[in-house]
Each structure stands twice: as C-alpha cells, then as structure tokens.
Write a protein that binds this ligand. Structure first.
Ligand code: SF4
Ligand code: SF4
Length: 200
C-alpha cells in the first residue's frame, strides 16, 4: 500500500471512530444484544425429572472401553494411552491370555482411570491404535465419595448407554434407574414425544 493510500485509510478510520464514540454506537450494540435475549423465549430443560441432554458424538465425557462385533476386547494393553496422558491418570497392567478374550494374546489385567485427575483432553483416545478407548457421552459423575471417580476395566467395558450412531446435542426424555452406585438418570431414546427428538 502506498503512503498516500495509507494516510487516506487512516483518516477514514479516524472519522469512523469519532462517529462511533459520539453516538455511543458500541454501547447501543451491547444494549441490543441484551434486549434480544430478554425478548427471546426461555429454554428450560426439566432435568432430571423428565428430560436429559444427550451430548454430541464429539463430546468428551467419561471413558468407554470397547469390543469388536464378536464381543472380544479391543484393548491390547499396549499402554500408549497411559503414556500419552498428561496427568498420568491411566494405569494399564498387561497380561498374556489365550482364552480369546481380546483381539490379541495380550490383554489388560488392570485398566483403570482416575477421573479426579483427568482433563478430558482426549489424548488417550487419540493414542489408542485399536480404537478400544473412547471418551463417551456420560457426564454425570457427582458423588460424595472419591472412589466413584476411579473407574476400572470391568465398569468401562459395559455397553455405552447412548450408541455412537445417535446424533446427540438434543434433549430427550429421562428415566430414573437404580443401580449399585445409586440412582442414575438415563436417556430415554425411544421418547418421541420430546420436541427435540424431531431434529433427529
Ligand atoms: S482424557 Fe486426557 S487427562 Fe484424561 S485420561 Fe485421557 S489423556 Fe489423560
Ligand atoms: S486402551 Fe488402547 S492405547 Fe490403551 S492400552 Fe488399550 S489398546 Fe493400548
């Protein structure tokens, strides 16, 4: 840009700036945003009694360990997830196994994660070569005992409540389920009465 054009541009910007300041343009823009929110319809999610939010598939919630279509564990206990974890909250202890439990002879004797230290950064699932490890859609881990934040292989291998194919980011019906850890709010994916379900 030539010096002349530069000076012209600078002058234009100066005039625009003076206009903005004189007529409180930024202040009015801010008020318009506030006004728009005040007049918009409120969205109330009736959680946990009747509704529950199901996150998008890319949401990074509590870990899941997965199996192949034959039910074999995909984890080969390579420990790459534990190495990649910046907070060192994953523990993997491998063992030899010839029972066909996993897709290889090497399976996890111990696989556990400490959610108190977890950042939900997703480095562990990126490092996993067999797609055994995924950060799932579970985000409800409030408890009074820290032991509920220590999850082991047996618990993580359970089938995920919301299938990966379910396009999340919606509010669906909720139902209470009583388990060994207390009452849980489960997503009722069959609840087609939910207005949000129509988006699927
Ligand atoms: S999400 Fe991040 S912090 Fe949590 S276990 Fe995986 S790598 Fe570690
Ligand atoms: S979850 Fe994946 S990265 Fe971690 S030990 Fe198992 S196979 Fe390796």
């Amino acid at each position: 840009m030539s010096a002349g054009k530069y000076m012209e541009k600078k002058r234009e910007c100066g005039i625009r700036d003076i206009f903005r300041r004189t007529f409180f343009i930024d202040f009015i823009k801010g008020l318009m945003v506030t006004l728009r929110y005040n007049l918009s319809k409120s969205v109330t999610v009736r959680y946990p009694d009747t509704e529950k939010w199901v996150p998008f598939p890319r949401y990074r919630g509590v870990h899941t360990l997965n199996r192949d279509e034959k039910g074999r564990e995909l984890c080969v206990a390579c420990e790459l997830c534990a190495r990649a974890c910046p907070t060192k909250c994953i523990t993997v202890v491998p063992m030899e196994d010839d029972t066909g439990r996993g897709i290889a002879d090497r399976v996890a004797k111990v696989w556990k994660v400490d959610l108190v230290r977890c950042l939900f950064c997703g480095y562990c699932e990126d490092a996993c070569p067999t797609f055994a490890l995924r950060l799932g859609k579970d985000y409800e881990r409030a408890c009074t005992d820290v032991s509920c934040a220590l999850l082991d292989r047996e618990e993580l291998l359970g089938p995920a409540e919301v299938p990966w194919s379910f396009d999340g980011g919606v509010v669906v019906g909720a139902r209470f389920e009583r388990g060994k850890g207390g009452i849980k709010v489960a997503a009722d994916l069959s609840d087609e009465k939910s207005p949000w379900f129509e988006r699927q």
